[in-house]
Each structure stands twice: as structure tokens, then as C-alpha cells.
Design a protein around this ligand. Sequence first.
Ligand code: NAD
Length: 261
Amino acid sequence: MILKGKTALITGSTSGIGAACATALAREGCSIMINGFGDADTIEAQRKDLEALSGAKALWSGADMLKPDEIAAMVERCHAELGGPDILINNAGIQHVAPVDQFPLDKWDQLIAILLSAPFHAMRAALPFMKDKGWGRIISTASAHSIVASPNKSAYNAAKHGLMGLTKTAALEVAQQGITINCISPGYVWTPLIENQIPDTMRIRNMSRDEVINDVLLAAIPQKKFVMPDQIAAMALFLCRDEASAITGSNMVVDGGWTAQ
Ligand code: NAD
């Protein structure tokens, strides 16, 4: 168990990629604070499963990643109750698809807040604790859309490109303090985030569900299949290992070949 004695705070971990990361780190003995929305009983069952896997404490925070004060309080609570965070995974995310000139202003603000500002607020609050210990891992789930763009995703693409800039900057600032800061950039991973954007894309592009899956989503992917959440979690776990201590300010791409084109 390589993460025994460590604590990870994982935003947006009640579903999809974040939940897979929580499981992977708990299997290595890590104490976990999960975060995100969902059914209370389901979240409680997930929390108990994580404790059974890790043999360590797991907590849930309902902090809203739209709200900087709630993000700071979440990090403080993680420190007070679990002694961390040693590992911060910025992962919470939403999507909205619309052309720039029809993009709702409130959606622009929400996407930038959750995908770009929330990682800033979380790392701002977590870094002093990591500096004190001389050890830390910050991993942000970016996207192939931190490297390339697709139409109708202006806020998402702008935020994910920006997240990589934030990551590089912070990584340089703490390069000599035992803290690494990286992004993981998945291609399309089959999670509710992807499933939920299919109806809007069907409407905007006047396509059937199968056409959106095959001609829009998988069209960009040389491997012609979705990445699995466990494959992203395996990369996150690798970045936590001592063997990965020289990787910082990097964008670890797990995208089925998408951005190689
Ligand atoms: P998901 O919809 O399965 O999970 C999103 C999580 O974020 C959930 O736990 C949800 O409750 C939480 N969340 C949403 N709004 C929140 C808020 N305001 N405050 C707190 N938590 C909130 O999505 P996913 O596909 O697992 O996406 C996770 C991350 O991976 C996102 O940052 C996304 O941009 C990125 N990503 C996903 C894909 C993909 O294909 N699924 C590809 C590249 C990058």
C-alpha cells in the first residue's frame, strides 16, 4: 500500500473519473475526502466502500466548486479532520455546448469557475500544507481540449487551455519543494459528462445518437473507443508514486491517439 498515511482530496469524485481516482488511491491505503453532488445514500455507500478498501478514514464534502469560500473551507476541513491534503486532484467538471454567439453568459461564467478558478482556489488553499510537509501532488483533470479545440465548446476549451497554464506556473513556483503539479488530459471517457452532452449535440448538429457517438465523438479518436475511467485513475496513481517525482508542469495525455494527429 504505497499511499498509507497520505490523504487525498478529490473534487468531483462522486461520479466518473473522480470516483475511479478515489477507488484507485484508496486501494493503496490513502485516506480520501470525496466531493461532489448526488444522492445522499449513494455517496454514503461510496464513502464506506472507500474506508473498507483503504483501512483509513474517508469523508465527503458537499462544497460547491462555484464558490471560492466553500472551496477554501473544504481544504481547511480536510486538513483539520484528515491531516491533508497531501494529494489534491482537481477534477470537478461540467460541460455546455453552443456556438460562441449563442453561448449563454451564465454558462460561460459557470464553466470558467468550475474548470479553471476552482483548481486555482483549491491549490491556493492546499499548497501551504504541502510546503510544510515538503511533499505534495497536485493533479488536475484537463482534457485533450487543453491541446486542441472542437467547435461549440468555447468555455470548456478556454478553461482547459488555461488550466494547463495555471499548472505550469504553479509547478515552477514549487519545483524545489517536493511538490509536483501536473495535468492529465483524457480523450473521451465514457462518463455521465459525455452522455449528457449527446442530446444537445444531436440538436445542434441535427444528428442521431449513433451519429453523434461515431461521427462526432469517436471520429476524432484513432483507437475508435472511449478511454475508461480506470485508465485515468491509473495515471493519477502513477503521478503520486516516488518514481514520478521528476514529472512536473506536464500534461499527461491519455487520449487513444486523438492529439497525435
Ligand atoms: P462526471 O459528470 O461523471 O463527474 C463530474 C463530477 O463533478 C461529479 O462528481 C459532480 O457531482 C461534480 N460536480 C459538478 N459540478 C460541481 C460543483 N459545482 N461543485 C462540486 N462538484 C461538482 O464527469 P467526468 O467525465 O468524470 O469528468 C471529470 C473531469 O474530467 C472534468 O473536469 C472533465 O472536464 C474531465 N474530462 C472528462 C472527459 C470525458 O470524456 N468524460 C474528457 C476529458 C476531460
